[in-house]
Write a protein that binds this ligand. Structure first.
Ligand SMILES: Cc1cc2nc3c(=O)[nH]c(=O)nc-3n(C[C@H](O)[C@H](O)[C@H](O)COP(=O)(O)OP(=O)(O)OC[C@H]3O[C@@H](n4cnc5c(N)ncnc54)[C@H](O)[C@@H]3O)c2cc1C
Length: 432
């Protein structure tokens, strides 16, 4: 996926993030304990925790730090997955189901604690998130979610339509689920901050160093970059997730991910009067519609509005025009407002909407498929990989069961379906 047609656009996040730390392309030959491929939340969290644990870790990134989903996302720090909490034990079995719920339920705390501990400047705010209900079906969905999380002791609250309108600034919703564990951040700034913290702990980071070869040498693995540099490592962590190249590093790894395009549009900073009514308490929000949309404010008060679709080819104008119309309908005070930034990325979906943990080969591991929930899971799973390598956690203690790589049938058709469906929805005004 690092041949994205618009490879350099990280929109607002690139414009407002602190600069990336120095990470020159790898040259020469190196010997380390752990080589990590991919500098997103997963790879960077692994590198940081490995270095803190005393292992030598070297990260190789094909493009730039945070180039993949980590530098493009909405910035909602969620607790848990998309799937209903009750379905996790049913799908993963009671041990892993409950363990995943527990670990991801605490995921936002892991992120906020790391940010505080390393002083990462990434606009982090823990004001909660609002899962906004569309129509009666949406209200039933969030009601069920609220009951299930509350039964697990989570601090979530079901809000009626009037309260949802007061907290969002629009009367479009029939209610909302407020999750006080959650919050928002500037995702590229968080990735760069993690990278800086990993370097400070002793990890080596190299951008513009695509790994093109991975060979088992018996006692260690040899990684080769496109420029011919080499790394010998006892352990390899493949953290390329939805940005694995189709002809990628590990055969088949890309084939289990269905890429869902998702775009974001950011306005100018809103004025004080607009901010008094639109997300006045600054929660991050998204809705229950099947072609969902999301909205949140950044630190400067820009409204960031997103939905399914690729800002590519004809889709660019279709999705952007829809964004303008939809904002005007949701927030009439913003009629006529334009967008200062527009960007998109690919969310890695899996067949059962749950992430994957693979032992690809001896001492070679991978987490992937976060289904649009990657800030907290990527941070938590990266830490789990580090603990596994450091011997602090066994395979049986991981958050997920180890499964084989399994291709999704008709993957390209499904991917095309996402984009066609989103364009149809955005052209026909079928929403808002
Ligand atoms: C538009 C969008 C919105 C999203 N919104 C949210 C949200 O609000 N909240 C949330 O929690 N999650 C969200 N997500 C999901 C989240 O961003 C991802 O799950 C998360 O960033 C994945 O992190 P990662 O480190 O596993 O992978 P990535 O960040 O994708 O990193 C993988 C890296 O591997 C590199 N790479 C690939 N191949 C090679 C190679 N051969 N050699 C070296 N490097 C290689 C890539 O260049 C890339 O930088 C969103 C995703 C997108 C795209």
């Amino acid at each position: 996926m690092h041949t994205n047609p618009d490879p350099c656009s990280h929109g607002l996040w690139a414009a407002s993030a602190p600069p990336a730390p120095e990470a020159p392309p790898l040259q020469g030959h190196h010997v380390v304990d752990v080589a990590i491929v991919g500098a997103g939340f997963t790879g960077l969290s692994a590198a940081l925790h490995l270095a803190e644990g005393g292992a030598s870790a070297l990260v190789l990134e094909a493009m730039d730090i945070g180039f993949g989903g980590s530098g493009r996302n909405v910035g909602l720090i969620n607790a848990g997955m998309w799937v209903m909490p009750s379905s996790l034990p049913a799908v993963l079995g009671p041990v892993h189901g409950e363990r995943l719920l527990e670990r991801l339920g605490h995921g936002p705390s892991v992120v906020f604690d790391l940010i505080a501990r390393h002083g990462i400047a990434c606009e982090a705010e823990r004001n909660g998130t609002l899962h906004c209900a569309v129509g009666r079906a949406g209200w039933r969905e969030i009601g069920a979610r609220a009951r299930e999380w509350q039964a697990l002791g989570a601090p979530v609250e079901l809000l009626d339509a009037a309260t949802a309108a007061r907290l969002t600034g629009t009367s479009a919703f029939t209610g909302a689920l407020l999750d006080r564990r959650a919050g928002t951040l500037q995702p590229l700034a968080y990735a760069r901050g993690l990278a800086r913290a990993a370097q400070a702990a002793g990890a080596a980071l190299h951008a513009r160093s695509p790994v093109t070869g991975l060979r088992d040498e018996g006692t260690h693995w040899r990684l080769t970059t496109a420029q011919g540099a080499t790394v010998d490592a006892r352990w390899v962590l493949v953290a390329t997730n939805a940005y694995s190249a189709p002809d990628g590093l590990w055969p088949g790894l890309d084939s289990e991910i269905v890429h869902l395009p998702y775009f974001n549009l950011a306005t100018r900073p809103l004025g004080e009067r607009e901010r008094a009514t639109i997300l006045p308490q600054r929660q991050g929000a998204w809705d229950t519609h099947p072609v969902l949309s999301s909205f949140r404010l950044d630190a400067a008060g820009r409204l960031i509005f997103g939905s399914v679709g690729a800002l590519h080819g004809a889709g660019h104008a279709i999705h952007r025009d829809w964004g303008r119309r939809a904002l005007a309908r949701l927030f009439p005070a913003l009629r006529g407002i334009d967008f200062e930034h527009a960007w998109y990325g690919h969310i890695g979906m899996t067949r059962n909407a749950l992430p994957r943990l693979h032992r690809l080969a001896r001492n070679t591991w991978s987490f992937s498929g976060y289904n649009g929930r990657g800030i907290a899971p990527g941070t938590v799973f990266g830490r789990e990989l580090a603990r596994l390598v450091l011997g602090q956690q066994g395979e049986a203690d991981m958050a997920l069961p180890v499964t084989p790589v399994q291709a999704v049938p008709l993957r390209r058709v499904r991917e095309a379906g996402y984009e066609i469906g989103a364009r149809a929805m955005h052209l026909t005004h079928a929403r808002w």
